[in-house]
Design a protein around this ligand. Structure first.
Ligand code: DOR
Ligand code: ZN
Length: 433
């Protein structure tokens, strides 16, 4: 099987070239390659990037298949340009054993649209009391290399220390949902002027920053690898800048991610009381949004991760205080990054490749993802129309749930084709099974 992508701009740069994909790899790159005997994709003016890697996806299977399954989440990922996703462990049952992580991994293979890597829980049942069997999960068929209690913070410093020590031995990374729980009891919104005005209990920035600072120090002390999930405040950026100054360039022991929604939306949206805007960590201020964009551009925050969090209508179309936190992200991530980072000239397309593909692949240790667009490399690819404009409709998404905060928004740029090891998984908005 072979395919020829005609007239693409590699990383949006230089002259148009043709890219021949054969036997799962980029076989040739050049001008006017022969079209005979190959499937031709006319891609003039489209930007070719390495397929995206999402370090933070909630696929909800097992347990909440009414909101998302590994198959529907994989379809959403392929449509969004992703070739690998990391499925968070807060399922039911929790992914804290070999049995569950291998189940998720197999289901991902069956769906076959994107590499689904299960994230293993750090603590048994996400309870924060006892370390889960990290070694068994690492050695399982799923080969778990990312561990996280996401949804919950590993707040016990001794457990976090031990987890970081294990991460070294297992060549793994501990992804922390940084939230000091004693500071967020009853919290419903970013602590600040908007929360006060609306009468919502505040989630202070310091609850995130205190844990990030502590964990950076623990990572330094243990030599373990820390990844900070969904950075949301200016203060966290300051802490990360400080922690990064301890190390040299390149791949560092401390890494972090920012979500598309924290790059665009602010707590001013809460005035609508629409729980579609409820998320954890909460939407912050426009000053935080600006600081996060700058930090991503500069590399203080390493990458973009969606925190794709599908929820059932009954868990979202209700009173603010009882609504669940979380929002969809897989099918809008590239466009929100284009809107917040490319159009603003904070990143070029090469920078997008870095934050959506290369860095997340390096952080998770994936050898065949986030690779350069050169001959001989695996054909994990995302083709983007940089000139597209489209209106977000949650009901059109492949996800079962429809809780997108971007509903009705017009966004720039769109993924038109995704390839996983040379096989087209999504094309022109349709999944190719
Ligand atoms: O908003 C969130 N939703 N934040 C999390 O940490 C968990 C996630 C979920 O599982 O819904
Ligand atoms: Zn989280």
């Amino acid at each position: 099987m072979s395919a020829l992508l005609r007239g693409v701009l590699l990383y949006g740069e230089g002259d148009p070239v043709d890219v021949l994909v054969e036997d799962g790899v980029i076989a040739r790159i050049g001008a006017d390659l022969p079209v005979q005997g190959t499937e031709v994709v006319e891609a003039q003016g489209k930007v070719l990037l390495p397929g995206f890697v999402d370090l933070h996806t909630h696929l909800r299977e097992p347990g909440r298949e009414d909101t998302e399954t590994i198959a529907t989440g994989s379809a959403a990922a392929a449509l969004g340009g992703y070739t690998a996703v990391f499925a968070m462990a807060n399922t039911d049952p929790v992914a804290d054993t070999q049995l569950v992580v291998e189940h998720v991994w197999r289901k991902g293979q069956e769906a076959g649209l994107v590499d689904v890597h299960p994230v293993g829980a750090v603590t048994v049942g996400l309870k924060g009391e006892k370390l889960a069997e990290l070694g068994t999960m690492a050695r399982s068929a799923a080969g778990v290399r990312v561990f996280s209690d996401d949804g919950h913070c590993v707040h016990d410093p001794l457990l976090m220390r031990r987890a970081l020590e294990y991460s070294k031995a297992l060549d793994a990374v501990i992804a922390q949902h940084a939230e000091e729980p004693r500071l967020t009891v009853g919290a419903q919104a970013n602590e600040g002027e908007v929360a006060s005005r609306l009468g919502l209990t505040g989630w202070p920035a310091v609850a995130e920053e205190a844990i990030v600072a502590r964990d950076c120090l623990l990572a330094k002390h243990t030599g373990g690898r820390l990844h900070v999930c969904h950075v949301s405040t200016t203060g966290t950026v300051d802490v990360l800048r400080w922690a990064k100054s301890w190390q040299g360039g390149g791949v560092t022991a401390i890494s972090s991610e920012v979500t598309p929604h924290h790059l665009l939306l602010t707590d001013e949206l809460l005035a609508t009381y629409d729980p579609v805007n409820k998320v954890n960590p909460p939407l912050r201020t426009s000053a935080d949004v600006q600081a996060l964009r700058a930090a991503l551009a500069e590399g203080i925050v390493d990458c973009v991760a969606t925190d794709h969090a599908p929820h059932a209508p009954q868990d979202k179309d209700c009173e603010w205080s009882s609504a669940r936190p979380g929002m969809l992200g897989l099918q809008t991530a590239l466009s929100v990054v284009a809107h917040t980072m490319v159009i603003t000239e904070l990143l070029d397309w090469r920078g997008v490749a870095r934050v959506m593909s290369e860095r997340p692949a390096q952080i998770a240790g994936l050898p065949d993802q986030g690779r350069p667009l050169v001959e001989g490399e695996p054909a994990n690819l995302a083709l983007v129309d940089p000139d597209a404009r489209w209106t977000v409709r949650g009901s059109d998404f492949a996800s079962i749930a429809g809780n997108t905060p971007f509903e009705g928004m017009e966004l720039p740029a769109r993924v038109v084709l995704t390839m996983l090891r040379g096989r087209i998984t999504a094309h022109e908005g349709k999944v190719c099974g």
